[in-house]
Write a protein that binds this ligand. Structure first.
Ligand code: ADP
Ligand code: ZN
Length: 743
């Protein structure tokens, strides 16, 4: 380290851990393979931690964030200089600590995590200025050659604050050359202004609805957390329809009243048009949305507005957690039990858990809302780490639906039909009384499998261990893992037999066909992610259902959550056993949660609802628990089973996924890793084993599952383990801490 560089102005002088100078710094580029690198700061440029800077990296220019003092691992004579500082709000200290924390927890490189916080490169440029025009007060109008359009423009500007050219032209009918001429003549001034934030401030004066006593108590408890300040994590535990949203609006209002920002994370943001409307009703503004379907220009404006603090209210998918908040005061995670919060590619993380960590680092409250909280969260409540507020009854006259079980082994549908005689009868009654019904089947497409009746050939994806799903509407067979598509053939590619290909099992399209044939006079609509794409389509569907243009709604899990249809009184779950088949750790829990959510769609208005579960296994404890409405009994059994096996939340899990395009290389690497596996008390390592999806998107996959007692430092253990093994660059080793997918 060159002593000559040790001059004044040490940025990190406050931090005794760093004895390096202001002239050398470390910069983290948003790249998946990198940690921070050291750089020199040229004379005349001053940088501060969190500044966005332009740097040379290899042969390219990159943008990165000043992460801290130089690490000193490279001699300063070999360091390159940063090019300059970008005109953006520096990244807040808490955001940088969050990036580091997530990186350490998930074992993903810091740069990969930073990339999520810098997902809009354009946002780092200075925003384009806008121009406004106003009268020049000092100008002597007598010297101006006057024309009718000039006159109109001058008269208009005399009556208005500085205006943009587009507005002037529209209001006066003058052409752009008129404005230009007036500026050149000196009669009008052109002012450069920074564009205003696209987000209006929430209206905090809108009165809240009359909350019930129970709701008031819950809202008060949550508001008290906000007012007290500091970290807290509270489970808002309320049955479906109890008004959780109305309740958590109150702490949101309290945080906004403190001038702070708030983020609400939703599992399927794009489909929550109805929810957004409630938001507008309560706060008078559109929240800033953040999810994959937000367009590029809007993303850029939103990113900036979050960074400069002008976007107060952000509603988004899990990635919204990584926005560079100026002053975040509250996080709400709605439907906290949802598996959609787990990101499975790139940085593998669970947004609910990261939200708690973010709140902790930022020293702010976080609210987790659910009707079916995850066992992890319940265990944290038990242990006193999280608090709980409860809502035990539905709002107004609505009551929880009654649940009936149909045993499809005795109450059989016809061949190649899935609606049992009893369900059919109940549907007929529902339609007769002018009410609406929903059939739930969590399978997209027409049939989950196509088979040749002549030779038994099954259509499989060439890139994945998965059957191709027939989508009859498009005449295609499709893989739901990689998107591979093929035209649905007439002849079997294996034996050449014609007209022998048969769909096996139902998908929603096939159920639609059955419904239309069975109830020719009613209006049926299908809703899956294939036809309800984006908030607009969802909003239109909601409107049709509300206007009662639909009698029967058939859909997948996209219908399970959030929707509120007062006239929907019957929900039929066509195959309640479907989610139980997977057999992974959380199959029962997940199935219980999903079926409870689906059931929660029924009877949300004045008319009571009924839920019918069609099952071949009526004795199954998930089915029985839902029928009995006994969540606690279900959770107790589930928790005690997990305890017996040391599974989460009683123990910890991690997975390693080894993948590559060449099967022998993958096997070889997996074998080496297996040989180096650590041993120890309270530790169990299974694998290597072919993953259930042993081929995915053209990559061969092997898995390890690591179970450890709570005290074991999982990340350190895996880090040591993997650092002992060399694997070729063509083989990828992914670490999944707290896995939710075992495929
Ligand atoms: P949850 O999220 O718990 O399922 P919601 O917040 O969606 O419940 O509330 C269910 C329905 O009841 C919504 O239409 C909501 O607007 C209405 N609601 C709940 N509480 C109130 C209240 N205090 N006043 C008026 N409407 C309410
Ligand atoms: Zn595939």
């Amino acid at each position: 380290m060159s002593a000559a560089k040790a001059t004044s102005g040490n940025l990190f002088a406050d931090d005794p851990a760093f004895q390096v100078t202001a002239q050398t710094i470390s910069v983290l580029p948003p790249l998946p393979l990198a940690g921070p690198y050291d750089y020199l700061v040229p004379e005349g440029i001053s940088v501060a931690p969190g500044d966005f800077v332009e740097i040379p990296l290899g042969r390219q220019n990159q943008r990165g964030v000043v992460w801290g003092p130089a690490k000193g691992d490279v001699e300063s004579s070999k360091l390159r200089e940063i090019y300059g500082v970008l005109p953006t709000e520096p990244m807040a200290d808490v955001t940088r600590r969050f990036v580091d924390w997530v990186s350490a927890y998930t074992m993903a490189p810091q740069g990969a995590v930073l990339r999520m916080a810098m997902s809009v490169p354009d946002a780092l440029e200075a925003p384009k200025p806008i121009f406004r025009f106003t009268l020049n007060a000092d100008f002597d109008a007598a010297s101006l050659r006057m024309t009718p359009p000039r006159k109109r423009v001058l008269a208009f500007l005399a009556d208005h604050p500085p205006m943009e050219q587009g507005d002037i032209l529209r209001e006066t009918g003058a052409g752009a050359s008129v404005v230009k001429g007036l500026v050149e003549a000196g009669a009008v001034q052109r002012l450069m202004v920074t564009p205003p934030s696209p987000f209006d401030l929430p209206d905090l004066e809108i009165p809240r609805p009359d909350l019930s006593d129970e709701q008031t108590a819950a809202a008060d408890a949550l508001c008290a957390q906000v007012e007290r300040g500091g970290f807290s994590c509270t489970l808002l535990d309320g049955i479906t329809g109890s008004g959780k949203t109305e309740v958590y609006f109150e702490p949101i209002r309290a945080a906004l009243a403190q001038g702070k920002q708030v983020v609400v994370l939703l599992p399927e943001i794009a489909l929550s048009a109805q929810w957004l409307q409630r938001f507008r009703d309560r706060f008078g503004v559109n929240p800033a949305l953040w999810h994959s379907e937000v367009g590029q220009a809007r993303r850029r404006d939103t990113w900036r507005a979050v960074a400069d603090g002008s976007a107060k209210l952000v509603v988004g998918a899990r990635s919204a957690l990584f926005l560079p908040y100026h002053d975040l005061g509250l996080i709400v995670v709605d439907e906290e039990h949802e598996h959609a919060f787990k990101q499975e590619d790139g940085v593998i993380y669970h947004a609910r858990d990261m939200a708690v960590a973010r709140a902790h680092l930022g020293n702010i409250p976080v609210v987790l809302a659910s009707a079916t909280p995850s066992l992890e969260t319940l265990a944290n409540v038990e242990a006193g780490r999280y608090q709980r507020v409860e809502l035990g009854s539905r709002h107004g006259a609505a009551v929880l639906p009654s649940v009936e079980i149909i045993d499809i082994r005795s109450d059989k549908p016809e061949r190649n039909r899935w609606i049992t005689p009893t369900l059919k009868k109940r549907l007929v009654e529902t339609f007769a009384s002018g009410e609406q019904a929903m059939l739930f089947l969590n399978r997209r497409g027409y049939a989950p499998l196509t088979l040749c009746r002549a030779c038994g050939h099954r259509f499989q994806c060439p890139n994945c261990t998965a059957w191709l799903v027939e989508h009859r509407a498009w005449g295609k067979l499709q893989c739901h893992h990689c998107g591979y598509q093929a035209k649905a053939p007439d002849t079997c590619p294996e034996c050449g037999a014609e007209g022998k290909l048969a769909p096996c099992g139902p998908g929603v399209e096939r159920l639609f066909e059955e419904a239309v044939e069975t109830f020719p006079d009613i209006r049926v609509e299908v809703a899956t992610s294939d036809n309800i794409m984006g908030p607009k389509a969802a909003a239109e569907l909601v409107k049709r259902v509300h206007n009662h243009e639909v009698d029967l709604l058939i859909g997948t899990q996209i219908l399970a959550k959030g929707y509120h249809f007062p006239m929907l009184t019957l929900v039929g779950v066509v195959d309640a056993d479907l989610g139980l088949a997977g057999g992974d750790l959380r199959a029962a829990e997940r199935s219980y949660q999903l079926l409870t959510q689906v059931a929660g769609r029924a009877g949300r208005g004045d008319r009571p609802g009924t839920v019918i579960l069609q099952t071949a296994d009526p004795a199954n404890r998930v089915i029985k628990a839902i029928a009995a409405g006994d969540r606690n009994a279900f959770n107790e059994v589930e928790l005690s089973q997990r305890m017996t096996h040391g599974m989460p939340p009683h123990g910890r899990l991690a997975a390693l996924i080894i993948s590559g395009k060449k099967e022998n290389e993958v096997d070889e690497a997996a074998w080496r890793i297996g040989r180096a596996a650590p041993r120890g008390d309270g530790l169990m390592i299974l694998g290597p084993a072919p993953a259930p999806l042993s081929l995915l998107r053209g990559r061969y996959r092997r898995r390890f599952l690591i179970r450890a007692d709570k005290g074991v430092k999982m990340q350190a253990l895996i880090h040591d383990w993997l650092s002992k093994v060399k694997t070729p660059g063509s083989v990828r080793v992914q670490v999944d801490i707290d896995p939710y997918s075992f495929m």
